[in-house]
Design a protein around this ligand. Structure first.
Ligand SMILES: N[C@@H](CCC(=O)N[C@@H](CS)C(=O)NCC(=O)O)C(=O)O
Length: 207
């Protein structure tokens, strides 16, 4: 089994932090997204979707969605699960990850990928040539503002989104808040609970 990754990028970070927390070690290979290595013939042959992270098994089976990779690794490696301690908590964690991906990651990506030359004709990840739509930058920023405020309310009286220990939902929220910095969005002053939550997780992960 081998994990193709790019440690700096947000979706690979969701897996990387989960592995660090659980003490999981795997054979890995870095694909430099900044150098566009995902478009190389070698990596295209591994994952035609051209995205990271990608977990590839010895028989060629591939999992190329972050949430699925995390679920799989969580289950096959020992240690407390980061997907909750009951069926209800498991459903809640997956629900949170889905929400954070849609309301958080995709909002930041909307801003990041719809302006500038770096993502010209590559407004969505993958092999298709997708043109940028500059108006989406404004919409993405509105979505980020709404996300900050919603998450501020959610963490105002708790350290963990689900249950009483760290889950993948917390990892994903922590990673997306860092990803906001890629589009120069900081947690605003009217979201002090979220800032406190983020600072605590940053210290916890030693970053
Ligand atoms: N469906 C994938 C999407 C992952 C994704 O978008 N990864 C980004 C890095 S964070 C990527 O591979 N980007 C390639 C590109 O920009 O061409 C998942 O959920 O893991």
């Amino acid at each position: 089994m081998k994990l193709y990754t790019y440690a700096l990028a947000p979706n690979p970070r969701r897996v990387g932090l989960m592995m660090k927390y659980k003490g999981i070690e795997l054979e890995t290979q870095e694909i430099d997204l900044a150098a566009k290595e995902q478009f190389s013939p070698e990596f295209s042959a591994v994952n035609p979707r051209l995205t990271l992270p990608s977990l590839v098994f010895d028989n060629g089976t591939i999992i190329s969605d972050t949430i699925a990779i995390c679920l799989y690794l969580d289950e096959v490696y020992p240690g407390a699960s980061v997907f909750g301690q009951s069926s209800l908590e498991r459903a809640q964690v997956i629900g949170w990850c889905h929400r954070i991906f849609f309301e958080g990651f995709s909002a930041v990506a909307e801003v990041l990928r719809n302006k500038g030359d770096a993502f010209k004709d590559s407004a969505l990840p993958g092999p298709l040539k997708i043109p940028q739509i500059v108006e989406l930058v404004e919409r993405g920023n509105l979505r980020i503002s709404a996300f900050f405020e919603a998450m501020n309310d959610e963490v105002s009286n708790r350290s963990y989104l689900v249950g009483d220990s760290l889950t993948q939902a917390d990892i994903d929220l922590y990673v997306v808040l860092g990803f906001c910095g890629w589009v120069r969005r900081k947690i605003p002053e009217n979201c002090p609970e979220l800032q406190g939550w983020y600072d605590a997780k940053k210290a916890f992960f030693g970053e």
